[in-house]
Write a protein of this length. Sequence first.
Length: 451
Amino acid sequence: MKIHFFGGAGTVTGSKTLIETASISILVDCGLFQGLKELRELNRMPLSYDPKKIDYVLLTHGHLDHCGWLPKLVKDGFNGKIFCTSPTKEITKLILLDSAKIQEEEAEKANKEQYSKHNPALPLYTVDEVQHVFPAFKVVEKEEVVFLSESVSFSFFYASHILGACSITLEIEGKTLVFSGDIGQDDDVLLYPVQKPHKADYIFLESTYGNRVHPNTNPLFDLEIIINNTYNRGGNLIIPSFAVERVQVIMYLIWQLKKANKIPNMHYVIDTPMGIDVLELFLNNRKWHKLNDEECIAMCKAFTLISEYKDTIETIYDSRPKVVIAASGMITGGRVLSYLERYIDKPETTVVLVGYQAEGTRGRKLLEGEPIIKMYGKLYPVKATVLSIEGLSAHADQNDLIHWLSELNDRPKTIFLVHGEAAGAEELKNKIEERLQISCAIPKRGEVLEI
């Protein structure tokens, strides 16, 4: 059996792991690279394995870095089935359509304003090409065992992280392979605790926060202080957020603060059409999260929900202090850029980062104190206050990741640490080997291992 690490190795984006045997080839996740230019350029490169030879894709969840390369895979010849949970199918559809739309708009803008070195600038894929992916989806219930052949089967188990997210147990050639996907925190505001694996010969474990422990702080209190301070300065609070899950979590927390009269009666805005669509998915997928229908409806009524871009422009030029939650979470695109273009150079503005910021993204640059950021080919001085609420991350931290391994009946032969930058993976490797005496390996992108 060969394991191909096409992406999500040495980086937190572009997750793609291929399991190849003499009789079957299975791709776990098919994500888009984000962040550093040299990584983003890989999205344009063909896979070093013929997509026509891939029989199946198993999708852990619907974030762009795990599903965003599917249109390119299909365009390049993949003609198999894509297995996922029902919420993941719906979220992936939203994510891919939004990704294609943003790419088309940015290519059009780049050509119009001539700030791209490509002439013409072209999207990686179009909205029409995304439509070709959808017929391949095959929905699977969590914990349902699906046989791909007489000797190959898989099942999904609950990973928290976002709506519909699951880890994968793959039985193949008499071996048990477990893929964590992205694991959430056990005390997530909206989602149930993570399920843990009980058996594995080989584990492919995310290491996003492998070298970090989330601070023991109260995100609700942090938000209360930040909102009040920004309001008292007469400023605007901009929260770049992933449209799936983080938007809904922040909405829930702000709703709790509003109900308790702990924050001002100001303008609270959700400006992400996809985030609004995900709210509908919460209503339609009750068994996947803690909120009931009444709570969902009441929470939404506390916000102005914006879908049309003309309303975005109107909100941007509204002089009243406001709190705006807008995609994308790492500021790689989306409507949050329009708000930052207007407000990033104003000292009374606050920008709050609430999720992981991959290397090379604008979010990472702001987090690290860059004095200038580039948007749409123009440079903007950063005079806003930039803060981070790390406790709102959808990712498990170092302690959570180690705890995820705590219910294994037998020691795995190897744990492969993926979906993490070098520092995170290396420290997690040392901790796991020290505490659990389980051998770990950190694969490199492009590496092929035989097991």
